[in-house]
Design a protein around this ligand. Structure first.
Ligand code: C2E
Ligand code: CA
Ligand code: CA
Ligand code: CA
Length: 275
């Protein structure tokens, strides 16, 4: 039994080594990725539940590694947050998304994810201003998505940053709403222009009565606070009809389109499942 335990422990140790090595490699290669433009921005449409129009796109970073192929953000964003590389990545994504959005035909909004690491200093506001000036984008087209974790870690600084960002005409959306810390007091303190219902609730529609109830409450909360409510991860037509009857304003998900490099693809498709 003793040797059994030992060998199991050795296997465990080896897996940890592999993980540590992998994380180190991601961090090292990420440095090169940023400088050699292995990164790309893809765009996923946000569709109105009233008329089926694409109202905006969320910018999602993509990494095409020369040897390892496509590495999804879930495998490198967390590491980049630990190493601080997320600031440089985030700045690059913001600059790139603003530039590309100015070439779109229909002036849709552009939503960019912001990591809590980026919101630790007021210099973030200058960075946003620089991206607006460099691209020449109308700031009212820009929207920044933040998660609740930043409100917990750094409430005063975040409050000031959101205030300054709103003053420029840029909107702020609360991402992944309903997960994590989810204190309702945040909604009272910070005036978000948009709340995004986390995909986990949308995926529970139908099979899980609690999910329907939570979606209904978020929508009525949004109504009272005069905030746009977006549903994430809409994959099925019956999820869409449930969200529509709940009074949700817009949605994003594979039903409408997967993230893609070229937004003109979405403009071609006339059938958006909304009636
Ligand atoms: P998120 O901000 O919640 O982004 C939505 C994620 O859901 C995206 O995953 C998107 O591809 C995926 N998604 C969209 N519709 C559906 C659907 O119908 N079904 C399913 N199953 N998934 C759907 P992605 O692109 O892999 O990004 C994962 C996370 O990585 C993002 O979650 C965000 O937290 C982070 N991320 C991505 N790009 C950036 C970035 O530029 N900066 C920062 N800080 N984080 C980013
Ligand atoms: Ca997001
Ligand atoms: Ca989200
Ligand atoms: Ca998420």
């Amino acid at each position: 039994a003793k040797t059994d335990k030992k060998s199991k422990y050795r296997i465990f140790e080896t897996q940890m080594d592999v993980e540590v090595r992998e994380r180190r490699r991601v961090a090292t290669d990420l440095r090169r990725a940023i400088s050699r433009t292995e990164l790309e921005v893809h765009y996923q449409p946000q569709v109105s539940f009233i008329n089926g129009e694409v109202q905006g796109y969320e910018a999602l970073v993509r990494w095409q590694h020369p040897e390892l192929g496509h590495i999804p953000p879930d495998r490198f964003i967390a590491i980049a947050e630990e190493t601080g590389q997320i600031s440089e990545i985030g700045r690059w994504v913001l600059e790139r998304a603003c530039q590309e959005a100015t070439t779109w035909q229909n002036d849709e909004k552009i939503a960019v994810n912001v990591s809590s690491h980026q919101l630790r200093s007021l210099r973030f506001v200058d960075m946003v201003e620089t991206a607006i000036i460099n691209s020449g984008i109308d700031p009212r087209r820009l929207e920044l998505e933040i998660t609740e974790s930043v409100l917990v870690q750094n409430p005063e600084m975040t409050m000031e940053i959101i205030h300054n960002i709103n003053k420029m005409g840029v909107a702020v959306a609360l991402d992944d709403f309903g997960t994590g810390y989810s204190s309702l007091s945040y909604l009272a303190k910070y005036k978000f222009q948009k709340i995004k219902i986390d995909r986990s609730f949308v995926q529970g529609i139908g099979g899980n009565a609690e999910c329907n109830a939570i979606i209904d409450s978020i929508v009525s909360l949004g109504r009272s606070l005069n905030t746009i409510v977006t549903a994430e991860g809409v994959e099925e037509i019956w999820q869409l009809s449930q969200l529509q009857s709940a009074g949700c304003d817009q949605g994003q998900g594979f039903l409408f389109g997967k993230p893609a490099k070229d937004v003109d693809e979405f403009n071609k498709g006339s059938d958006r499942q909304i009636q």
